[in-house]
Design a protein around this ligand. Sequence first.
Ligand SMILES: [Zn+2]
Length: 297
Amino acid sequence: MKDEYLSKLTNKRITEILLNKENISPLEELINKERHNYNELFNKEKKLDRGKKVDKCNLPGLLAEIKPEVNAFLGVSGIATPNIKYFSFFLGLEYGRLKVKWISPKLCTKHHLGRYVSVQAARDTYHYRTFIGYNYEQFPGAIELSKRLTRLEIIPIIGHEYAHSVQVQKWDLSEYEHIKEFSYLEEGHATGVEKYMSIFYMKKENNSAFLYPSTVKNLFNFAEVYLWICKELGVKYKKSLISDKIHKKLSPNQKGITKMPIAHSLGNTFFCLHEATKGDKIYSDVIHRRFEPGLVK
Ligand SMILES: [Zn+2]
């Protein structure tokens, strides 16, 4: 790892920054805010217009519509466009290949001349059931999506996956580093772009339903990291913040009972804590190596 800037944003470093009592109060504020948003939207849920499914022929057009918005948000240009498609029957085989590569990173880096990107396609439903699949193709990668997503869900996720493509093209990380050392950075950053696209389309189409998936995601990500920090630091968590309804939906892992939160939760919480004081320019700053991580005061 030669990149001095990125060495400030390894998984290890982000964990160290998060595991601090100073984060507890700002995190409680974030949870409170999202709970409020969640309740507002949940009450309206039946009336929310979630849109229809997107025909596979229209996926490239949708990416072409989303790409300039993400580029403008991140202040980038000249980014190669990844392929985009729905999951195929062969996903299992591709996933198997990824696992083999993971076990033998040196071999695969040597074996392949090009750069690779692994992109995640996640399906977040309104009740936080998450399905994650991986695709693995030659640079600039391919975005693979679940066919079950509606247009409203798919737009922010395309933003998320395209952000991964920007990261690969802007950060000079080897395949091994990219998977092993920087997943919190990558997922937190891509989730920030996903949230931005939700807000962008909410305004563009005057439909607050666009906010629903990212609100649910934020709430559960924050709750997961909050419970984990409290457990690790021996602090009692505020039961009033984590309602029974939320608590019931969290898995044992998310409650911090079994192991650490997932990369998406840690990364998203890390960025949202910074965003609360520094604004959403941090997502562009980090791409251009200007973002300085640290404790949020
Ligand atoms: Zn991702």
